[in-house]
Write a protein that binds this ligand. Structure first.
Ligand SMILES: Nc1ncnc2c1ncn2[C@@H]1O[C@H](COP(=O)(O)OP(=O)(O)O)[C@@H](O)[C@H]1O
Ligand SMILES: N[C@@H](CCOP(=O)(O)O)C(=O)O
Length: 309
């Protein structure tokens, strides 16, 4: 039996819409991600457990894990029965890469069980394809960091899909999931197809300067470049508490704040644990809509998907 854990991720991180994503893990040691176990079996079976399994489609054939198996078994041309269990620990429609966690954990576990017939690049391609099926358009900024860990820059040139860039290990990433859902597909539909020249220039300046600051270890410059000109102006209207949270987190010492992925999760970044705790406490009291919501103080997860049994 093979069991794989795949961590949560923050897509975009404000300045890199569809181009930057970071894998995260709570400093508490809590596992914030999905697990998939797979073994050979006489009878094909998919079972789901975990605190968010009740949110999965009732029709197994609509579960992304099923789609992963159908695609994977077709590519390796093996029609063998397996038994798969998905531990759905990530809330669906959260903005924390929930679908990416299931996709990555499934494909990595399948590839290991069958003796790694697919290369990392081939697997990552499949991950992007499956993510695109779910959200309406292929984007790698969740599956790449979830799979490879760290801060991933989506290059998508020739045979390179993504490569890691340096991340600030001292940064705390505070995430707050309010307990509600926003479909990635819906959230993407809010965005215009055309942006002004001035926005394009400012966005390019921010993104290139962020990458430069990441390589030259300029933490404050990197944080100052983390501006979302592409998605936040259009998505904040469906996140009623977002602007207040952003103002309060910055007042409490955050270096940057934004929408995690397509939302509704809110993220903020700071370098000081006391400030991180103060921001987390404020978010726990003011950003959560119900008792399913949660707040975690995280660091970058440099490993990504890993075999845990
Ligand atoms: N194992 C799974 N994990 C997450 N979503 C799944 C899974 N299987 C099917 N889905 C469906 O995929 C869609 C994921 O929605 P999306 O907004 O992309 O979630 P997220 O942004 O959290 O990845 C939902 O409609 C959900 O029902
Ligand atoms: N770049 C994507 C990221 C989606 O992240 P998710 O965690 O909400 O799936 C987007 O902003 O649409």
């Amino acid at each position: 039996m093979v069991k794989v854990y795949a961590p949560a991720s923050i897509g975009n991180i404000n300045v890199g819409f569809d181009l930057l994503g970071i894998a995260i893990s709570p400093i508490s040691g809590k596992l914030l991600g999905d697990c998939v176990s797979i073994k050979m079996s006489k009878k094909f079976k998919i079972t789901c457990s975990g605190c968010f399994s009740d949110e999965l489609p009732s029709d197994l054939k609509k579960n992304i894990v099923w789609k992963c198996w159908i695609l994977f078994s077709k590519i390796i041309k093996k029609d063998i029965s397996v038994s798969i269990n998905l531990e759905k620990n990530m809330p669906i429609g959260s903005g924390l890469g929930s679908s990416a966690c299931s996709i990555v954990a499934s494909l990595v576990a399948m590839n290991i069980l069958f003796g790694t017939p697919l290369s990392s690049k081939e697997i990552l391609c499949l991950m992007g394809q499956l993510e695109g099926e779910i959200s309406g358009s292929i984007h790698y900024d969740n599956v790449a960091p979830c799979y490879l860990g760290g801060l991933q820059l989506i290059i998508h040139k020739k045979d390179i899909i993504s490569q890691s860039i340096p991340s600030f290990k001292k940064w705390f990433w505070i995430i707050a999931w309010p307990g509600t859902k926003v479909s990635t597909e819906l959230s993407r539909s809010l965005l215009p197809n055309v942006y002004s020249r001035s926005i394009c220039i400012e966005h390019s300046r921010n993104l290139s300067s962020f990458v430069h600051a990441s390589y030259t270890n300029q933490s404050n410059l990197a944080a100052n470049c983390m501006k979302d000109l592409i998605a936040e102006p259009y998505r904040k209207k469906i996140l009623p508490k977002f602007l207040e949270a952003k103002k309060l987190a910055m007042n409490l010492g955050a270096l940057s704040c934004g929408i995690s992925g397509s939302g509704p999760t809110f993220f903020s970044v700071c370098q000081d644990i006391t400030k991180a705790n103060n921001i987390a406490m404020w978010l726990s009291k003011n950003y959560l809509d119900n008792d399913r919501g949660f707040v975690d103080i995280c660091r970058v997860d440099t490993v990504g998907a890993r075999k845990i049994r």
